[in-house]
Ligand binder design. Sequence first.
Ligand code: AHM
Ligand code: MG
Length: 335
Amino acid sequence: SGQEKINTDIFTLTRYLNEEQTKHKEASGDFTLLCHALQFSFKSIAYYIRRASLINLSGLAGSSNITGDDQKKLDVIGNDIFIAAMRSSGRVRVLVSEEEEEAIIFEDNPNARYAVMCDPIDGSSNLDAGVAVGTIFGIYKLEEGAKGSKEDLLKPGTELVAAGFTMYGASAQLVLTMKGGAVQGFTMDNALGEFILTHPNMQMPKKRAIYSCNEGNTKYWEEPVLEWVNSLKQAEKPYSARYIGSMVADAYRTLLYGGIFAYPADKKSPKGKLRILYECAPMAMVFEQAGGLAVNSKMQRMLEVVPEGIHDRSGIFLGSYDEVQKVIDIHKKHG
Ligand code: AHM
Ligand code: MG
């Protein structure tokens, strides 16, 4: 018959989290509760982004954040939603947000064992044009007795217990990975109000002729980066250029289709643009666990970079294994 086959056994994020918790006999359920609070913040942010033009949320808030960017009204709302969700989960001791100069320590959760790093709405310069933006997050488990001070956060990404991002695009897509595990992709079903597991065990293509970077910065690039991009354009079959200017959207495409996303350090931004704790490291974890690679501008493994400050930046090359390896080879040649 022409009747749609109805799936009555849907794999939701809730079900996934339950199953993960059961696999870990020692688990207290704290991490699961934290993830529930996270997903609620994603749903709320998605909701306000969708309604932004209707309820006067477009444009600037009239303030700027720690890194000097003008804050959008939605940046402020996204940040507030995120903070409230993390605080009320009762499972988070400390929170780092791109929008907050200092780490926020939740004194009302003295026994909470988790630290969360996030960029609540990354790519917000794209918001008013209706282009996809996203939330990026990383989670550390604090050491026994840790007070949740800044020092507890200045760790390499190899210590992340979970990381991921949500892209608010044609649909909201949540990509989540836990330490040592696979990368799982969920799609928000607005009618059900649930994230549904639509992309289980994501593995990215080993190579693909797509590169993604802001070539407007060419003038500032160092020699190896110039040579690399040039080699892609002059390849026998030249690469395609794709650049949205929203890291989450560029990364999500790269994860699905393969290719490489880069925001190198350059003469204008010697430390790079993107932030280590809540942009580079979580993305690097996702990409590595999906079979890709991520390095900084010194060609060090991104996940091994230890920031000195919570808002430290880094250059980054993120993508298919072979594509990132090409960048590494050219940099090595330059010594
Ligand atoms: P933001 O955190 O202020 O939104 O900036 C981060 C964004 C990334 O999403 C994106 O990859 C990059 O900045 C784009 O920068 P540019 O406009 O310099 O190409
Ligand atoms: Mg950002």
